[in-house]
Every structure is written in C-alpha cells, then in structure tokens.
Ligand binder design. Structure first.
Ligand SMILES: [Zn+2]
Ligand SMILES: [Zn+2]
Length: 353
C-alpha cells in the first residue's frame, strides 16, 4: 500500500512533542515507511498514563526533550514492512510498547522484564495520528484486536500486563484480604484484576474525594481516606482484625511504601508497584521484617507471558477494566489532558486522534 493511499483523511499526520516540562506542541511529520518487520499503525486510541504525567511534569531520567510521547495505544495497520506475515493493512491491533530480546541473560532466565531491550527502549509517540512499531514489538507483543473489543479497552494491554505481572509475583488467593494504597488508575486496575480473580475483600486507601468515590463505584469493599481517617487503625480492622494479607503500593511515593510496609499483617506480602523518584530510600524496621515474617516484592514492568495473559483477559472481557477511562479528549487538546490529570479530574483519559 502506498503512502498516498493512507486512509487518514489528512495527508500530513500529526504527532505531539513534549518540548519541556508542561510544554506540548502538535507537529506535522512525514508519514514514515515501515522497514522490514515493522508496522505503520494509525492510532485509534491512546491512553494517558502516570509515566506520561511524570514526564510532562518534570522530564524523565531516561529520555531527552524534545520527545514524542504516549505509549498505551491501539489502532489499525496502515502498511506492513517486508517480511511481516502475521498482520496486513486494515488489521485492528493492540500492542504493548516494549519487547525483550529473547536472548540475553535475563531473557534466558524468564525475567524478560529486566531485559535491556524492554523497558529502556519503550516505544514513544502514541499521541499521534500514526506510529511506527519496531520489528521486535511486532514479533513478540502485537495482537489482533477482537472485532467487538473497543479500541479504548484494547489500549489497556500494557498497563494490565504490568498489573498481571505483579499479581503473578504476589499470587493473591480468593480467601484473602487485599489493600491497595493509592486510588489512581493503576490502583483501580489492580482492584479490578483482583476482583476478577475472586479475591474476597479489597480495601483502597487514598486521598481526594473524587478518586475515593470512583474507587467505591469501581468496586472497593472499603475505602480509606488517608487524609481524614486513621488509616493505620482502619487497615488493622480488616481481615477480622489481623490486617491485610496483601498490600499493593501504587503511589510511587516513599511515604506510600512506608505505609504499605506498616499496614500488612504478620506473615503477609507487600507489593511495591509504584516506582519512586530517583535517589529516594526506604528505611525498614528489621525487627518487623524478620519477626513478622514479611515478604516484600517489587515487580517491575512485564514479560511476554504477562502481555498474553492481559490480552486473554481483555479478549474474553473477563473484567470491565475500561471503567478506569473516565475522560476523552481529541489529540489537539492534549495539553488540557495533562492539566486535567494534574488536578485529579480524571483517572485515565482516552486521547482520540
Ligand atoms: Zn503506561
Ligand atoms: Zn533480553
């Protein structure tokens, strides 16, 4: 298919560039031609993510301005590079924006999430009309979207893969009480996934009236307002007064990590899911760690098997993950998306080119 035949409605695709903290510019760019193994994809939905918000706010240690950004997306194949057999122009696809090499020390040990070719080489540029998908991602982490699955749901593939990777590490049981610290989009995705796994009792501790209301609406059994309630006492009352079996930290703040360590029951597990700012440290009471027999887990990123699990859950509509998407804006309004997220007026926003 030639570039002139792109079903785009516009000849000059646009792409959002982050020029400096808080400064977004929509720029035209020449439609790229896919090289061998690559796909050119028309973005149908991109989702805002906490990483994007952090990068918009203060930059990111791994990336330099000016940069294209946005990495959670789903769309339609416009053109395929030589040698691509699994996909054709017109296919609706859902894509996780990284892929491991499959050959390094970590990949050979099943820890593909730690591969240097995975997270450090995140595919940016989903806030755009078009995105070029690298061959490695096409080969390992690209899926045909079921026709009846909305693009918004399909764009959740990556965050759900992160959540399922964490749950694979934590092995939540149906009989358990889980507590989530942080009522943002990831906290809610964890809650929805735990609920789908049949976990008996789920509490969400967070701040902000709107977020706590959403947590209750999305299915939390208990909502703990950490600004207005004695959160330690509320957590201690859970699980027949033993405290939560499993605590999942989703704030990415050291104070949240400390709270997670403090709230879990004796013999319980803590999942430190939210990555903190560089050069921060957690001080751990060794007595509590040892004599209370705590298990501390810090799963990061995802492996191809987690992406497959996420794909399966989305494809069979195992849970209403898309309930976390509670705002929609056009690509031209991307600046507004981030001011809205900064104010806490949305959990996750769908950006529609
Ligand atoms: Zn993300
Ligand atoms: Zn590798």
């Amino acid at each position: 298919m030639s570039a002139a035949a792109l079903p785009l409605g516009r000849m000059r695709p646009r792409r959002a560039m982050l020029l400096a903290p808080g400064q977004i510019e929509l720029r035209d760019f020449a439609p790229p031609r896919p090289q061998p193994g690559e796909l050119l994809v028309q973005v149908r939905c991109a989702l805002s993510c906490g990483t994007d918000l952090k990068t918009w706010r203060r930059g990111h240690p791994l990336w330099k301005f000016p940069m294209a950004f946005g990495h959670e997306f789903a769309g339609v194949v416009v053109e395929t590079g030589a040698g691509v057999e699994a996909f054709r122009a017109g296919d609706e696809v859902m894509i996780a924006p990284t892929a491991p090499c499959g050959e390094c020390f970590y990949c050979r040990r099943g820890q593909e999430n730690l591969c240097d070719s995975a997270a450090p080489q995140l595919l940016h540029g989903a806030y755009a009309d078009l995105i070029l998908v690298p061959a490695r991602i096409v080969a390992r982490n690209t899926f045909l979207k079921p026709a009846e699955l909305p693009f918004e749901d399909a764009a959740l593939l990556e965050p759900i893969a992160c959540v399922l990777h964490a749950h694979a590490a934590a092995s939540p049981e149906r009989s358990e009480t889980a507590m989530i610290i942080g009522a943002g989009a990831f906290g809610m995705l964890h809650m929805i996934a735990l609920r789908a796994a049949g976990v008996r009792e789920i509490a969400v501790a967070g701040r902000g009236a709107a977020r706590l209301k959403w947590a209750a609406e999305l299915g939390a059994d208990h909502v703990i307002d950490v600004e207005r309630q004695d959160a330690a006492a509320a957590a201690a009352r859970l699980n027949h007064g033993f405290g939560p079996d499993l605590v999942i930290e989703c704030t990415g703040q050291v104070s949240g990590w400390a709270d997670a360590f403090a709230r879990v029951r004796r013999g319980g597990r803590v999942v430190f899911f939210g990555g903190c700012a560089p050069a921060t440290a957690l001080s751990v009471d060794t007595r509590r760690m040892h004599y209370d027999n705590l298990t501390l887990l810090a799963p990061f990123h995802y492996r191809p098997r987690d992406v497959r699990d996420a794909y399966q859950m989305l494809a069979r509509r195992a849970a209403n993950f898309a309930a976390v998407i509670n705002a929609r804006r056009s690509l031209a309004d991307l600046s507004e998306v981030f001011t809205m997220l900064e104010r806490g007026d949305a959990l996750k926003c769908a950006v529609i080119p």
